[in-house]
Design a protein around this ligand. Structure first.
Ligand code: NAD
Length: 272
């Protein structure tokens, strides 16, 4: 085991931890010696992952949570404290996207107020509720902690067909800055990560690709082609493991003075 990161026995909550990036982050934290809380709405996938992690359910925990729901988030934090007595790391990773146009002349895929509210509830209110709930325990118990917000390159760059999603990701840049200013004095670090185009996850499901291709006037094949041909200086999409490795570093004492900043991980695609 690589002890350079000193994450042995740290308790790390990964929201949206049952699939995609969150899943990869959980797997890598577990192999670095951390105790992982897979916090997700998806029961079956969450429990399966916990069983597969090194040490299984004896060492890790699945916590059912809807990050957009205050009561559910409070129950998750209580369950983690009851089981482990502490939290060390919160990774605000749960997020959704539903491509729509601001105005669709054809009237097919226009962003509704209801969908706007849903995306904001999960992607923006969710990290707020989780950060508040966990940071309260840190301040109450005079503990230190690390919050990692999963933003996106699209937050500063904007994204055709994903305005609501990109706006919530921009909010995470701002929240990272503000919380860093509020929480630094308690020894709580707040950082963010902004992946660019990464390999396939459940977020890019068939419905997502259909809607995004529509908003961009492309076929699904053209959209997929554009992932490959879009200008990424590294010449390829990012791997889930490469994003997870950045999370390991940011959560560790090796990043003890990294605070209030969002790390761009886009293979050089943008500065955002
Ligand atoms: N995939 C990408 O290309 C990409 C790029 C940049 C940033 N991101 C960000 O990374 C994060 C993870 O994305 P992904 O691609 O792994 O997505 P994914 O769809 O593969 O996984 C998301 C997970 O979040 C869970 N989830 C959804 N709503 C939830 C809720 N209300 N409460 C708790 N859990 C909930 C889902 O059940 C799922 O397990 C998101 O915040 C996303 O915006 C992804």
């Amino acid at each position: 085991m690589n002890n350079w990161l000193e994450l042995q026995d740290k308790v790390a909550i990964v929201t949206g931890g049952a699939a995609g990036l969150g899943r990869e982050i959980g797997i890598r934290f577990a192999s670095a010696g951390a105790q992982v809380v897979v916090a997700d709405v998806s029961d079956a996938a969450g429990k399966t992952l916990v069983a597969e992690l090194e040490g299984g359910a004896e060492r890790h925990l699945y916590a059912q949570v809807d990050v957009a729901d205050t009561t559910s988030v409070a129950a998750m934090t209580d369950a983690v404290i009851e089981r482990f007595g502490q939290v060390d790391i919160l990774i605000n990773n749960a997020g959704i996207s539903a491509p729509r146009l601001l105005v669709d002349p054809a009237g097919q895929e226009e962003l509704s107020a209801e969908l706007w509210d849903k995306v904001v509830a999960v992607n923006q209110k969710g990290p707020f509720l989780c950060a508040q709930s966990v940071a309260r325990t840190w301040i109450r118990d005079s503990r230190q902690g690390v919050i990692i917000n999963m933003a996106s390159e699209s937050g500063l760059e904007g994204s055709e067909g994903q305005s609501a999603y990109a706006a919530t990701k921009a909010a995470l840049y701002s929240l990272t800055r503000s919380w860093a200013k509020e929480l630094g004095k308690y020894g709580i670090r707040v950082v963010g990560m902004a992946p660019g185009i990464i390999e396939l996850t459940a977020l890019r499901n068939a419905e997502y690709e259909r809607a995004l291709a529509y908003t961009r006037g492309q076929t699904i094949e053209e959209l997929r082609e554009s992932y490959a041909t879009v200008s990424i200086p590294m010449g390829r999409p990012g791997r889930l493991a490469e994003i997870a490795d950045a999370a390991l570093f940011l959560a560790s004492e090796r990043a003890a003075y990294v605070h209030g900043t969002v790390l761009n991980i886009s293979g050089g695609k943008s500065r955002a």
